[in-house]
Design a binder for this molecule. Sequence first.
Ligand SMILES: Nc1ncnc2c1ncn2[C@@H]1O[C@H](COP(=O)(O)OP(=O)(O)OP(=O)(O)O)[C@@H](O)[C@H]1O
Ligand SMILES: [Mg+2]
Length: 223
Amino acid sequence: MAFLELKNISKRYGKTEETKVHALKSVNLKIEEGSYLAIMGKSGSGKSTLLNVLGGLTRPTDGVYIFNGENVSNLSRSQGAVFRNQNIGFVVQNFALIHSMTVKENVRLPLIYGSYRRKEIDRRVKKILEKMELADKIHAYPSELSGGQCQRVAIARAMIAEPKLILADEPTGALDQETGKRIMDLFSELNAQGTTVIIVTHDKDVATRCGRRLYMEDGSVFE
Ligand SMILES: Nc1ncnc2c1ncn2[C@@H]1O[C@H](COP(=O)(O)OP(=O)(O)OP(=O)(O)O)[C@@H](O)[C@H]1O
Ligand SMILES: [Mg+2]
């Protein structure tokens, strides 16, 4: 049994003929646990939509999504939130940091609904921020950070709960080559420890580091 399985997944946006978009067209996909997967394709081909479905952020219009043996296609809003919190670290395309919160408060968010002790949360925040070379920014607000630093805060937040699945939408897009490489090293390290990592990227160098590559075109997926 595959870790993740999409069966005939479709996603349509818009209600009128004019605004209708068929963002995913009957996608069938199996992803094994421990995979390191790149998703490539032109702008508008459906990459973010696919990632959002895999992350439980977007409900498909049709089809079935099986996560670790469990059908998660029809979770309610609150069930979906619990499912994401327990299983998935998500680095979204525009980071989605909360601007009224400091770096520390942003990074620890995935832990505060769990049963972690305060000390354990602080220890993890400190450790991951050191890894991201952001230790000195722990009390800064996102508006006081560069784009690349915000990116690294978002990645720290995705990793802190040590999820089984990490989804990253253009995680190196806003980074210089050197920092981008270091982030990719981190993803590789997590993957070596068994985490399934799925990355949307336009960067060929990033994609060649992944074990498997998928290409999207007009809502369809090709191996
Ligand atoms: N919330 C939405 N409402 C309506 N249409 C949407 C919505 N989100 C995405 N779309 C449309 O679905 C299609 C796929 O979008 P998606 O964001 O998945 O593309 P992408 O491959 O991630 O592109 P990019 O590389 O530019 O990020 C596009 O035509 C887009 O306009
Ligand atoms: Mg996108």
